[in-house]
Design a binder for this molecule. Structure first.
Ligand SMILES: CC(=O)N[C@H]1[C@@H](OP(=O)(O)OP(=O)(O)OC[C@H]2O[C@@H](n3ccc(=O)[nH]c3=O)[C@H](O)[C@@H]2O)O[C@H](CO)[C@@H](O)[C@@H]1O
Ligand SMILES: C=C(OP(=O)(O)O)C(=O)O
Length: 425
């Protein structure tokens, strides 16, 4: 088994550079297959989700080359092949192959997506959108079959604000005949990034980043070059880490607007956050107050940072209530943090954490990506040596995390093939 070993207690100092956004990357790659000529994307993060998508694109005939940190996807030989299993199950964003292949070929067969287990993650709104565009969608033996004679623009009101459904419908609608309007659309920055790529490929999209997106279908899309936005969740993770165990950390390659909810929460706790144009500096904080957090759709506090924030709450004075309105059961990290001496419990859709606690090293398991990020921060704070299992989840989404943390002075190592007792999920 591969694990991370962390000797905690070192205060971290220096500069860390944020990579390209995972949640953009995993949508930009499927979007690129809609073109008829090569698309180059610069700044993709080095994470397993990107490598898995690369394999999926290659499985259906795409030619992918990576040079100097840029991925070029030549989709000209892509064919519509079923993608029922295997790599599809390894990530959530394989669902974007539905919209992309439906848009390109008017039919697709794809297994149900994987990704983090955060409680139920239905895709009914994606399917509602595809059906509104004229596709017949069936679920047969665990795979989704999508077929359409032609795709026609439609007005689609999303019952829940969904990042995935908004992007998937955009992917299918950009080459549909006529006008599509997505109402109650998600407004996350990653949606703007995908719309920017599609527009540069020749699509006609207006309103991305607002809750009404209007798309006028075009006949075909062409190749282009695109640079991905920085990862706001990675940014937020390092901000939380800097507050918890930093001795002055600069976070570089940041769009501060994308993390305003995190900046505001940290300031409310008494953490100093100095915001520059593309950098955020967080000096050492001696003492901070407990605060309540409620996750919301963008621009609210992101659910993806609720789990790391729980660790910061263990160091705050008093009781914090962290409520996840997006994924009410996203609290698997709490049991693991309790192994490390945290005073926390889950009540309904909230975690209640009381601090400050002297965290202690333990053997713990990352049950999902952001639980993994939380455990890394906890391991950096704790006295003794922490072993983190389940690191494949962390490597789905954090680019170069070991070298980045070492540069900040952390004592963290990846140990491969360790014979160790496994903690079950
Ligand atoms: C690859 C990617 O970008 N992942 C992000 C994306 O996931 P993902 O796109 O899967 O999340 P959604 O925005 O779709 O989900 C938001 C909420 O809507 C519900 N829902 C969603 C779709 C649907 O058809 N029906 C439905 O009921 C979900 O159960 C959830 O409660 O946004 C989440 C919420 O910001 C983040 O945690 C994930 O990191
Ligand atoms: C939940 C996440 O990812 P995914 O949707 O890819 O599972 C995440 O990035 O925190």
């Amino acid at each position: 088994m591969d694990v991370y070993k962390i000797k905690g207690g070192n205060r971290l100092q220096g500069k860390v550079r944020v990579s390209g956004a995972k949640n953009s990357a995993v949508a930009l790659i499927p979007a690129a297959i809609l073109a008829d000529s090569p698309v180059t994307i610069a700044g993709l993060p080095e994470i397993s989700d990107v490598m898995t998508l690369q394999k999926l694109v290659e499985e259906i005939g795409g030619n992918v080359e990576i040079e100097e940190g840029k991925m070029t996807i030549d989709p000209s030989e892509i064919v519509s092949m079923p993608l029922p299993n295997g790599n599809v199950k390894k990530l959530r964003a394989s669902s974007y192959m539905m919209g992309a292949l439906l848009g390109k070929f008017k039919h697709a067969v794809i297994g149900l997506p994987g990704g983090c287990h955060l409680g139920p993650r239905p895709i009914d709104q994606h399917i509602k959108g595809f059906e509104a565009l004229g596709a017949k969608v069936t679920n047969e033996h665990g795979a989704i079959y999508l077929r359409a004679d032609e795709l026609r623009g439609a007005k689609i009101y999303l019952d829940v604000v969904s990042v995935g459904a908004t992007i998937n419908i955009m992917l299918a609608a950009v080459t549909a005949k006529g006008k599509t309007v997505i109402e109650n659309a998600a407004k996350e920055p990653e949606i703007i990034d995908v719309a920017t790529l599609l527009s540069n490929m020749g699509a006609n999209i207006k309103g991305a980043g607002t809750n009404v997106i209007r798309i006028e279908g075009v006949e075909k899309l062409h190749g282009t070059k695109h640079t991905i936005i920085p990862d706001r969740i990675e940014t937020g993770t390092y901000m939380i880490m800097a507050a918890a165990i930093g001795d002055g950390i600069t976070i570089d390659n940041v769009i501060p607007l994308h993390v305003e909810a995190v900046t505001a929460k940290l300031r409310e706790m008494g953490v100093k956050v100095e915001v520059g144009e593309e950098q955020i500096y967080i000096p050492k904080t001696e003492k901070f107050e407990a605060v309540d957090v409620k996750t919301l759709v963008y621009p609210g506090f992101p659910t993806d940072l609720q789990q790391p924030f729980c660790v910061l709450s263990t160091q705050a004075e008093g009781s914090s209530i962290l409520t996840d309105t997006i994924y009410p059961a996203r609290f698997k990290q709490i049991d693991e943090l309790r192994r490390m001496n945290a005073d926390g419990r889950v009540e309904g859709r909230s975690a209640i954490i009381t601090g400050p606690t002297a965290m202690q090293a333990a053997t713990v398991r990352a049950t999902d990506l952001r639980a993994g990020a939380a455990l890394i921060i906890a391991g950096l704070i704790a006295s003794g040596e922490t072993e983190i299992q389940g690191i494949e989840h962390i490597e789905r989404g954090y680019s170069q995390i070991i070298p980045k943390l070492k540069m900040l002075g952390a004592d963290i190592n990846k140990v491969e093939g360790l014979k160790t007792a496994s903690i079950s999920e």
